[in-house]
Ligand binder design. Structure first.
Ligand code: DGL
Length: 264
């Protein structure tokens, strides 16, 4: 099926998910929309996040997307159920939270799980509720970490500043005794190694890259949505464009890409 996958995020963080999709589903093409004009979502109200998510989804559906991937934890926490119900029977909506919750449940050994995410994701309680529903025995330690996404976007990683900020957050007593940590924001993939170093490799880390791409693969196989050949290029749209965004894309995506400005 030659239709594209629609992927959206508040900005460029979701490119980490897009990259995993391009690696694990190389025959698929996608339309990426980064809502840079409204970034960060993590500090916005639910009303605002839902409004932006609706507008972007409408655009992706109008562009014939065969599925929508909400490549943002914050938008997944706030808008997933609305979008799933609205497009039920039309296109599958995939969020970045459920695949992580499933992977955690499949592991089956965790007793205390940490979560770092934006304020809005933490406040939504979605991770806590979904993990608890599957296993009420698991205790959760959650901490909003609002400095991390802007820090990463500004290019601070593997340096003194990132080390200080990461240590400051992760040495919080709530995380004492955790056996796993959910990186509940698409940006955090870029500091995964540093987080791993902080815990001396002793804490299992979950992020929304390969886990989400594999989920899409499963859905495509079961719903017969796989494409057997990529016939056109990917498109990367942003609602506001600056040199800074353009420069950061290669850090998030790995390869050079060209952003296109599109106001919805
Ligand atoms: N990409 C967003 C997420 O995964 C975080 C950035 C933002 O606050 O907009 O939650």
């Amino acid at each position: 099926m030659e239709r594209p996958i629609g992927i959206f995020d508040s900005g460029i963080g979701g490119l980490t998910v897009a990259k995993a999709i391009s690696r694990i589903l190389p025959n698929e093409r996608f339309i990426y929309f980064g809502d840079t004009a409204h970034l960060p979502y993590g500090d916005k109200s639910n009303e605002a996040i839902l409004k932006y998510s609706k507008g972007i989804s409408k655009f992706l559906i109008a562009n014939n997307c065969k599925t929508i991937v909400i490549a943002c934890n914050t938008a997944s926490a706030v808008s997933y159920e609305y979008l799933r119900d609205k497009y039920a029977g039309n296109v599958p909506i995939i969020n970045v939270i459920d695949p992580i919750v499933e992977a955690v449940a499949e592991n089956g050994t965790h007793k205390k799980i940490g979560l770092i995410a934006t304020k809005a994701t933490v406040k939504s309680g979605v991770y806590q509720e979904k993990i608890n529903r599957r296993n009420p025995e698991i205790s959760m330690a959650v901490l909003p970490t609002p400095l991390l996404a802007p820090m990463i976007e500004e290019g601070f990683s593997k340096d003194k500043i990132s080390k200080t900020v990461i240590e400051n957050y992760l040495s919080n007593p709530v995380f004492e005794g955790i056996d796993s940590l959910i990186l509940g924001c698409t940006h955090y993939v870029l500091i995964k190694d540093e987080i791993n170093d902080f815990f001396n490799g002793k804490v299992t880390l979950y992020d929304s890259t390969d886990i989400v791409a594999h989920k899409i693969l499963d859905v495509f196989e079961s719903e017969n949505l796989m494409s057997d050949k990529k016939k056109a290029d990917n498109h990367f749209y942003v609602s506001d464009i600056t040199e800074g965004f353009q420069e950061s894309t290669s850090r998030f995506y790995g390869d050079k890409i060209k952003l296109e400005h599109l106001k919805l």
